[in-house]
Each structure stands twice: as structure tokens, then as C-alpha cells.
Design a protein around this ligand. Structure first.
Ligand code: NAD
Ligand code: UDP
Length: 314
């Protein structure tokens, strides 16, 4: 049994990770400030002797004895991370320093949830880990992108300078149950709009692309990365290489929900990346990992989740 700290554990991805690692017989500390996460996501785990829920902000020091740290604390949706941009940078940077300090003291292995956003609006397609990215350092997405880039730098410097056992994953757009229905990301927006027969809001002409990965595939990759003993510290891309335009994605959601929604176009937010697709050659080689869940199967499970949530809200 390992003692595992999961920051951002009450969020979308963190809640799935808590469930998985608890089921494998570990002791879990789920730490969250509940900015974008919710107790609803982990309510079924509360009361389990091996699950501890801690309300704490990673920008402040935290002391515990742990073997592993998964650092997920950070809002992930653009409206949420832009809501208080300075807080977002503090979360990525001070949070990373605090968690690396904890890892150093405990000799714990630490995994950082980095992002495809470190590639910015990429000129290399699909994106490989060697690509250094095309990031605007002063734009409205920079609080997130540059915060995550600096967090990667901190991981590498604590590794080189202090011998901390680090793992960096770069997560590409991930979806599934436990996403917040109001978080503003494309998957939750389109599904909730379609289920309510409201207009589907495409930003721009919808020709921009994304590649969507189902959450169970991602969690499998995260756990493999943490457990790999080959000395492979990353960064490694974790995502589903099946790429589609946002317009095609909207049509797919309308089809799967049998919706009467119309598609409307709204202004494209500044610095919105035009294309994004992971090259996962490295993850296949080092982790023997690749996604297995088909987009339609994953979306049907997600639609079922949002249907239930919408009913409960009424
Ligand atoms: P989420 O917003 O659902 O989860 C983030 C969690 O972190 C929330 O529970 C939130 O309350 C918590 N949090 C935020 N600031 C905190 C702070 N200062 N102290 C403590 N807790 C704090 O987002 P998610 O989609 O589950 O993303 C989890 C991680 O994965 C994030 O670090 C995100 O950047 C990264 N990521 C996600 C995606 C994706 O597609 N979902 C893609 C790339 C990277
Ligand atoms: N998007 C959209 N309509 C929405 C929400 C998002 O067209 O209601 C677009 C957004 O402009 C972007 C893509 O969908 O091009 C993915 O957006 P999301 O916020 O989910 O993630 P990210 O841009 O961080 O990949």
C-alpha cells in the first residue's frame, strides 16, 4: 500500500484518479481548494478509511508523509483560468514549488499534469515532445501556458539539482463524466447545449482542430507513467491522436444526442490554437500505452452523465 497525495483531486481528472488508486488498495489524500472541483465528484469515496479529503490551497505549504504526488491542482478551462489570471500563475508556480519541496523532503515521486498548451499555437503538426512550442508570453492564455511551462522547468531543476524523482505528462484535451457542466470547455458546452436543444456555440468558423481523449485512457497513462521504473521522466504526450475539426465535433454531438439544436458562430477567442494533435510514439514506446476508447463510446457515457446532472438540477 502506498500513501498517495492527489492535488486537484476533487476536479474532473483528479476524481477519476482518486477512485482508481483507492480501488488498487492505496491510501489517498485528496487535496483541493474547490475552486473548480466539487465534493460531488468524490462524495462516494468519503467515509472510506483509506480516503482523506483535505481543503487546502497548493499556493500554501502543505506537510504530510507520502510516497507519491500527482499534482493536478490548476483550473483547466480557459474561462476559469482567465477568471483570476494572477491566481492561476500562482497556483502553477507556487503550487509546483510547494509540491516539489514536499517530494524532496519525503523522497516521494512526483508527477506533474502539464498540458498540450505548452506547445501554444503549434507550427509543428502533430506535436512531438521535442517541439519547444509557439507560445504568446503576454496574451490572455499566457497565465496558464507560461505557468505550466515554468512548472515543467521547476520539475527539471529539482530533478537535476536535488535528485527529485520527477515525471512530466503533457495532457491533450480530455473529456468524460465529472466534467463541470458550466466550465466552458467545448465538450461540456456542446453536450449541455445539445441536451437542452439550445444553440451550439462554435467559436470562429469551426475549422480549428482538437483531439479528444476519454478520461479512463488518460488515467491509465498517468498511472503507467508514475509506475515506470525505466528512469523515463518525460515529458510525454498523453492524448488521443484522432483529430477532428470543432465543426465536425459539433455535428457528432448533435447526432449522438438526437438534438434539434442549431449551430451558431461566435467570435474566436484570442490566441485560440488552430490545430492540436499529439504524436504519441514516445508513450507507446516507453509506457506501452495508447488510447483504447472510441470517441462515440466515450461521448455516449459523457452524455449519459450530463443528462443525469441536468435532471438533478431541475
Ligand atoms: P478541473 O478544473 O476539473 O480540476 C482542477 C482541480 O484543481 C479542481 O478540483 C480545483 O478546485 C483544483 N484547484 C485549482 N486551484 C487550486 C489550488 N490553488 N489549490 C488546490 N486546488 C486547486 O480540471 P481537470 O480537467 O481535471 O484538470 C486537472 C489537471 O490536468 C490540471 O492541472 C490541468 O491543467 C491538467 N490538464 C487537463 C486537461 C484536460 O483536457 N482536462 C488538459 C491538459 C492539462
Ligand atoms: N470552443 C467552441 N465553442 C465553445 C467552447 C469552445 O467552439 O462553446 C472551441 C474553442 O474556441 C477551441 C476548442 O473549442 O477552439 C476547444 O476549446 P476548449 O476550451 O475545450 O479547450 P482548449 O482551447 O484549451 O483546447
Amino acid at each position: 500500500m502506498k500513501r498517495i497525495l492527489i492535488t486537484g483531486g476533487a476536479g474532473f481528472i483528479g476524481s477519476h484518479l482518486c477512485e482508481r488508486l483507492l480501488a488498487e488498495g492505496n491510501d489517498i489524500i485528496c487535496l483541493d481548494n474547490f475552486f473548480t472541483g466539487s465534493k460531488d465528484n468524490i462524495r462516494h469515496l468519503i467515509g472510506n478509511d483509506h480516503f482523506e479529503l483535505v481543503r487546502h490551497d497548493v499556493t500554501k505549504e502543505y506537510f504530510a508523509e507520502v510516497d507519491e504526488i500527482y499534482n493536478l491542482a490548476c483550473p483547466a478551462s480557459p474561462p476559469h483560468y482567465q477568471y483570476n489570471a494572477i491566481k492561476t500563475i500562482k497556483t502553477s508556480i507556487l503550487g509546483m514549488i510547494n509540491m516539489l519541496g514536499l517530494a524532496k523532503r519525503c523522497k516521494a515521486t512526483i508527477l506533474q499534469a502539464s498540458t498540450s498548451e505548452v506547445y501554444g499555437d503549434p507550427n509543428v503538426h502533430p506535436q512531438t515532445e521535442e517541439y519547444w512550442g509557439n507560445v504568446n508570453p503576454i496574451g490572455i492564455r499566457s497565465c496558464y501556458d507560461e505557468g505550466k511551462r515554468c512548472a515543467e522547468t521547476l520539475m527539471m531543476d529539482y530533478h537535476r539539482q536535488n535528485g527529485v524523482d520527477t515525471r512530466i505528462i503533457r495532457i491533450f484535451n480530455t473529456y468524460g463524466p465529472n466534467m463541470d457542466q458550466n466550465d466552458g470547455r467545448v465538450v461540456s458546452n456542446f453536450i449541455v447545449q445539445a441536451l437542452q436543444n439550445k444553440d451550439i456555440t462554435i467559436y470562429g468558423d469551426g475549422s480549428q482542430t482538437r483531439s479528444f481523449c476519454y478520461v479512463s485512457d488518460l488515467v491509465e497513462g498517468m498511472v503507467r507513467m508514475m509506475n515506470n521504473k525505466q528512469g523515463f521522466i518525460g515529458p510525454v504526450n498523453l492524448g488521443n491522436p484522432s483529430e477532428r475539426t470543432i465543426l465536425d465535433f459539433a455535428k457528432l454531438i448533435i447526432e449522438l444526442t438526437n438534438s434539434n439544436s442549431k449551430i451558431i458562430h461566435m467570435p474566436l477567442p484570442k490566441d485560440d490554437p488552430t490545430q492540436r494533435k499529439p504524436d504519441i510514439t514516445l508513450a507507446k514506446k516507453e509506457l506501452n500505452w495508447e488510447p483504447t476508447v472510441d470517441i462515440k463510446d466515450g461521448l455516449l457515457k459523457t452524455i449519459e452523465y450530463f443528462e443525469k446532472k441536468i435532471k438533478e438540477n431541475k
